[in-house]
Design a protein around this ligand. Sequence first.
Ligand code: AMP
Length: 282
Amino acid sequence: MKVVTEIRAMQAEMIHQKKKGKSIGFVPTMGYLHEGHLTLVRNARKENDIVVMSIFVNPLQFGPTEDFAEYPRDFDRDCALAESEKVDYLFYPSVAEMYPNEPAVTVSVKDRSDVLCGKSRPGHFDGVATVITKLFHIVMPERAYFGKKDAQQVAVLEGLVSDFNFPVELVAVDIVREQDGLAKSSRNVNLLPDERQEAPILYKSLQAAHQAINEGERNPSSLIQLIDDMITNQSSGKIDYIGLLSYPQLKPLEELTGRIIIALAVKFSKVRLIDNVIIDID
Ligand code: AMP
């Protein structure tokens, strides 16, 4: 595995591989790797000749009061994990390498970004779309792998790829969970021990809503109330949002039909967790 820290060097490597006719699969991450990230890598490994992972905690997608400084980082451990999954290139730029100056041009997301995390984190998806645009120009992948854990991110990036005509196929991969159902996340280490015990209620409440839909419930407010009650009664977390929308359009639903997402964000003392389920309703 080659670790590359400079943009020019990374582009030169990728052009070299493309000249040899190699296909490139790309897994962008912010590091502190877990099974969720490694599942993306395994999917990329199956479908491409060359696998590139990036590790970059992107300051542009964090708000001024968010956890950029506290975001967990452990490059040596990440390197060993990436190597063990047969990643070919690990792109690991510094903030100065990616943003040597205040950016003159950034990407502004117009659709699918005014709800859920986009509403709670103004500018977040502009930061994501900007860094992904840069990374796609640096890595030039045929395919890029993203987790459905960040389902709104997938929906926004589908718009980016389509509107900016990136010759990249986006592959969305199912959420990987702990045994107790908590969605794996780099941020889980910042839960206090009691909060870690409580956190599986996020997924349990989503499953309860899914079950209620299966049993015929079609009222979005009742489903949201069910989730709200479970989380409020069984955890110390503060609900940031619970949303029930069409997917991937992320529009409010008059009636519950087609593909929908139920997504939530809950704040614990040092960390905000997200989770979702995507459900097809006949
Ligand atoms: P992050 O490092 O949190 O920015 O995540 C990098 C990529 O891994 C994103 O596409 C995430 O959606 C994906 N990812 C993170 N956690 C999970 C998970 N539990 N299951 C599947 N994919 C995940």
